[in-house]
Design a protein around this ligand. Structure first.
Ligand code: RFL
Length: 389
């Protein structure tokens, strides 16, 4: 097989890139380890920035999203049983978030790619990358029926998530890895429960953070701050609901959590990880393959899509005009947005968590929330970063 671009991984990064390049007339092949069904049913993120939606809309990829997604422009903070809301859409020119589950984004992007004549191979195994610094790198894989195949291409896009084979194909020592462990765990819960709130809730409680996120009218996601070494076995369903009710409750006792069937329970270690540069020879890294951000601030899927937009423009300039400028600046262009998001996420981590070991940090978090509640200028800055600059 010969193609212009080999895309490894069919998550938001790989599929956005694949659709955009296909629309520019650049042939690409997408190689995905999981089955189509698996990627279309994997629940993860659910919040899209207005800029991500604009990108999809510009390319005719947002029809179902615009028909079905809920738009949100307000979020709620709770501290010591008192609530206040930040109307971030009003504070930032009417820009809103779109709540639309990641698996729906992925489902729509796969359908559009296939409809446009795109070549996507699911359930491939043992993907290997070769000759990345040459003018025609190769990617090999074993197909679902056990046949070893290979593609020769001009560029490889490594969109294969945090455990990226693409990134690990880069000689050790070439990339600088910038890592931060926040020392915080989140018990992440997905449940078949209608939302108990109209706006996302972030609650700072003496026993730790609790969050109520929105997904759809029948499904909600919740988070509880726990020790990163904690085991989910210590969290039977009853304990989860009790703890959420306690940490999210209001002092006047007026707020009630609607429970439901818990469908996913896992511990997330709050960490941040960025590699620089985001390219090596003719391999470009996108999304989680290049950077992991904590879920605080809901930036992960949006950064993945932004990387795809930057790379697809660079590839289009290259194929239309032989101009390599965009390819050369790809890494710097993406990293500016990545670091801005990391900085915001880190700031927000510090605002909504208590650390029982360091009461000093807990008081800083409270002061930051009080500042947010009382200062329009501070809230406007939050709004700009939260909904996406
Ligand atoms: P993905 O989505 O991980 O996709 C990578 C794809 O590559 C495939 N793959 C391979 N294919 C072929 N060969 C190999 N060797 C392969 N290895 C892997 C995988 O099967 C997969 O299909 O990466 P991508 O495209 O960079 O997208 C990144 C986002 O998925 C991620 O940043 C977000 O999910 C993060 N995230 C959130 N982001 C938000 O913007 N808003 C949120 O509210 C939000 N909530 C979350 C999240 C991530 C979570 N978890 C589970 C990490 C909540 C959670 C719980």
């Amino acid at each position: 097989v010969k193609s212009a671009v080999a895309v490894v991984g069919a998550g938001p990064a790989g599929l956005t890139l694949a659709n955009l390049t296909l629309q520019s007339g650049i042939p690409c092949v997408v190689l995905e380890r999981s089955s189509r069904r698996e990627v279309e049913t994997r629940p993860r993120a659910g919040v899209l920035e207005h800029r991500s939606v604009e990108l999809l809309e510009r390319h005719g990829l947002a029809d179902r999203l615009l028909a079905q997604a809920d738009r949100h422009g307000t979020c709620e903070f709770r501290v010591n049983g008192q609530a206040f809301q930040v109307d971030y859409a009003d504070l930032y020119g009417g820009r809103t978030h779109y709540v639309y589950p990641q698996q729906e984004v992925v489902t729509d992007l796969i359908a559009a790619f296939i409809e446009g004549g795109g070549d996507i191979r699911f359930s491939v195994d043992d993907v290997t990358l070769h000759d990345l610094t040459s003018e025609s790198p190769r990617v090999a894989w074993t197909s679902a029926d056990g046949v070893r195949d290979e593609i020769s291409c001009d560029f490889v896009a490594g969109c294969d998530g945090f455990h990226s084979v693409s990134r690990r194909s880069i000689p050790s020592g070439y990339l600088q890895e910038l890592v931060h462990h926040h020392g915080i765990g989140w018990l992440s819960i997905l449940a078949e429960a209608p939302p108990s709130t109209k706006a996302i809730i972030y609650s700072l409680h003496p026993d730790g953070f609790a969050g109520h996120m929105l997904r759809s009218s029948t499904v909600s996601r919740y988070y509880l701050q726990v020790d990163p070494s904690e085991s989910v076995d210590n969290w039977p369903d009853d304990r989860v609901w009790m703890e959420l009710q306690k940490r999210l409750s209001l002092a006047d006792g007026s707020w009630r959590l609607t429970t439901g069937k818990i469908t996913e329970k896992r511990i997330l270690d709050m960490r941040s990880h960025v590699v620089e540069p985001m390219s090596y020879g003719r391999l470009y890294l996108l999304g989680d393959a290049a950077h992991i951000i904590t879920p605080v601030g809901a930036k992960g899927m949006n950064l993945a899509m932004n990387d795809a937009a930057v790379l697809s423009s660079a590839l289009t300039e290259y194929y239309k005009a032989g101009d390599e400028t965009g390819l050369k600046t790809y890494s710097d262009d993406c990293l500016r947005r990545v670091w801005r998001a990391q900085e915001f996420s880190q700031w927000m981590v510090g605002m909504i968590h208590t650390s029982l070991d360091t009461p000093f940090q807990a008081r800083l978090a409270q002061a930051r929330l009080e500042h947010l509640a009382s200062s329009k200028a501070y809230a406007a800055s939050f709004a700009e970063n939260y909904v996406g600059p």
